[in-house]
Design a protein around this ligand. Structure first.
Ligand code: NAP
Length: 549
């Protein structure tokens, strides 16, 4: 006999930045009966799982934080310019306590399927504990980088030593002392981890396939004067962030790297390099992501800086990225990453020319038969980004339509928020929205606010169901693909932005590249035109009204 379903007005997936804010707004501002689920043991989302050494935010904490409550942003003190993972987790713990959110969250519980019930106009969610819950609305804060990529080489289970994943790091302290550590992956996670682990490991072997364009983060303790000035002007800072492509209040970008002389270009690159963070990427020249010749100028500059920092020229050359444009893979930010290769205990191995064949009981075997022996193997091999977390939930919409089938050739969404055939399912920072190319907490607030306003609009209008039309969805998909074609992004052979990191995944752009301001203007236009592109309808007459409506 199937278990009795517990009914709610809204189900929230996840207890990271998105889930916490969604619970707060739906429950405390809309007065709805809300239950959230998270597979993790506590709040934090990505910051709960990614607790590897060196894990750190790469947008200034003063910007990478909630803006919805001025008292919250005034009372919280960040100790560093770019805070490390434990401090972000403390912040989210503070948020959970401050708004009493944990009582509405079921931890250690994974949603294993979500099925739309057309007769009742509700979603039926099943959990790994065998429970069923129903709700008219589902707000997914399942994240964008929350499903670790499965290793694409065999044998991991044969390894006799410890295997650790940056994306699912143990809660207990990990010692690298006197250990032979191997690490696969030099994306943002690998680069942060390598820089830290190199300090204490007996021997660290970095198995690098595609070198990355990593640039300095320039972290520092919080300057009290600057903090006071920022807090005095927080709302203006947030406005400026929301009106910026990446969601940070930077304003010094110059139009073209090709329109200035080499000395001027060098001055700009040096200035942004020294000031750190994403300034080099997003606040130097506006054409580097669009014009290959402009991109070449910054790629040359970064290669030159790598050679200055790495003592052995052959190692430096191996670390210098070539053959794909800067910024088409998410640029990692670093502290002393390149200097790690000057240590006697750190070795760089090229697994592009000589790929990993398999993991063995003692280490890793490469294609030419070379064996590297380790006590510990760390996988920093990335994520099934953007679509992975949604597809993992086994979602079935109207008329038995499976999300896996609907997205078989890549994501199909309207505004990166909803999909045709999947009514009342709001995908916070979903594929084809600015998401990972925007400041996540702000992107999340924008999406949750849009979703909650839509729910409120439905309730005030005597309606219960919202769903994009197939035509609006098709137009959005075409628009996002067209925007990507105007950039250099499709030129990167291994970027997760394009789904290129997962064998068999459709090669489609996963983010909206028009920038957050243009995106928000489009959302505003949709709303002011009465939810243009959406169909709004009433629930069947025999179904109950929302609990508090
Ligand atoms: P990633 O950028 O996808 O990097 C994965 C790495 O693993 C790449 O170097 C990849 O090489 C390598 N790899 C995968 N399979 C391999 C194989 N079979 N053999 C050899 N190498 C292999 O993943 P990530 O570093 O976890 O970062 C993902 C995203 O998370 C970032 O881009 C960022 O958005 C976010 N993140 C942010 C921060 C932060 O600072 N706030 C920190 C960590 C992560 P190829 O490039 O050759 O495929």
């Amino acid at each position: 006999m199937s278990p009795v379903a517990v009914s709610h007005d809204a189900i929230v997936i996840g207890a990271g930045f998105a889930g916490l804010y969604a619970v707060h707004v739906l429950r405390d501002k809309q007065d709805l009966d809300v239950l959230a689920f998270d597979a993790a043991g506590d709040v934090g989302g990505t910051w709960y799982w990614n607790r590897y050494p060196g894990a750190r935010v790469d947008i200034e904490s003063v910007h990478y934080s909630y803006s919805f409550d001025d008292e919250l942003q005034q009372e919280w003190h960040w100790t560093e310019r770019f805070c490390a993972q434990p401090e972000i987790l403390r912040y989210l713990d503070h948020v959970a306590k401050r708004y009493d959110l944990r009582r509405s969250i079921r931890f250690n519980t994974r949603i294993t399927s979500l099925t739309w019930d057309d007769a009742e106009s509700v979603w039926r969610a099943t959990t790994d504990g065998g429970e069923t819950h129903t709700a008219r609305y589902v707000v997914s804060g399942a994240g964008t980088l929350s499903v670790p990529k499965k290793p694409d080489f065999p044998g991991v289970e044969d390894f006799a030593g410890e295997v650790l994943m940056t994306g699912n790091w143990p809660h207990e302290p990990v010692s690298f002392e006197n250990k032979r550590v191997g690490i696969v992956g030099v994306g943002s996670s690998g680069i942060q981890a390598i820089s830290e682990i190199a300090k204490t490991a007996g021997h660290l072997t970095v198995l690098q396939r595609t070198p990355n364009y990593a640039t300095p983060i320039a972290n520092a303790p919080t300057d009290p004067e600057q903090e006071a000035a920022e807090k005095a002007d927080y709302s203006a800072i947030r406005d400026a962030s929301r009106n910026h492509f990446l969601g940070v209040p930077y304003s010094e970008v110059e139009p073209s790297a090709l329109a200035v002389d080499p000395q001027h270009r060098r001055r700009v690159f040096d200035d942004r390099w020294n000031r750190g963070g994403f300034r080099l990427f997003i606040d130097s020249f506006g054409d580097i992501l669009f014009d290959k010749a402009a991109n070449d100028t910054i790629a040359d500059y970064i290669r030159e800086r790598i050679h200055e920092r790495v003592e052995d020229p052959a190692t430096a050359e191996l670390l210098a990225p070539r053959g794909y444009p800067y910024g088409t893979k998410r640029p990692p930010l670093e502290t002393d990453y390149y200097e790690a290769y000057n240590r006697p205990n750190v070795e760089l191995v090229d697994v592009k020319s000589n790929p990993i064949e398999r993991v063995t009981s003692t280490g890793v075997r490469l294609a030419d038969g070379t064996e590297h022996e380790f006590d510990m193997l760390i996988l920093a091999t990335g994520f099934d980004a953007c679509t992975g977390p949604l597809l993992a939930m086994n979602i079935t919409g109207r008329n038995g339509l499976k999300l896996t089938d609907h997205w078989a050739d890549g994501p199909q969404t309207y505004l990166g928020l909803m999909a045709a055939g999947f009514p009342n399912l709001f995908m916070i920072t979903g594929p084809q929205s600015p998401s990972v190319l925007y400041n996540m907490p702000l992107a999340i607030e924008d999406h949750v606010d849009f979703s909650v306003a839509a729910i409120q609009y439905l309730r005030e209008d005597g309606k219960a169901v919202i769903e994009p039309t197939p035509e609006a969805e098709a137009a959005w998909v075409a628009h996002t693909n067209e925007l990507a074609q105007a950039t250099l992004l499709p030129d990167s052979p291994t970027s997760w932005y394009m789904g290129n990191n997962i064998p068999g995944k459709p090669k489609r752009v996963l983010v909206y590249l028009g920038g957050a301001p243009a995106y928000r203007a489009k959302c505003d236009e949709v709303v002011s035109n009465g939810y243009e592109g959406f169909e709004l309808s009433a629930a069947p007459s025999n179904t109950p009204a929302l609990a508090q409506a």
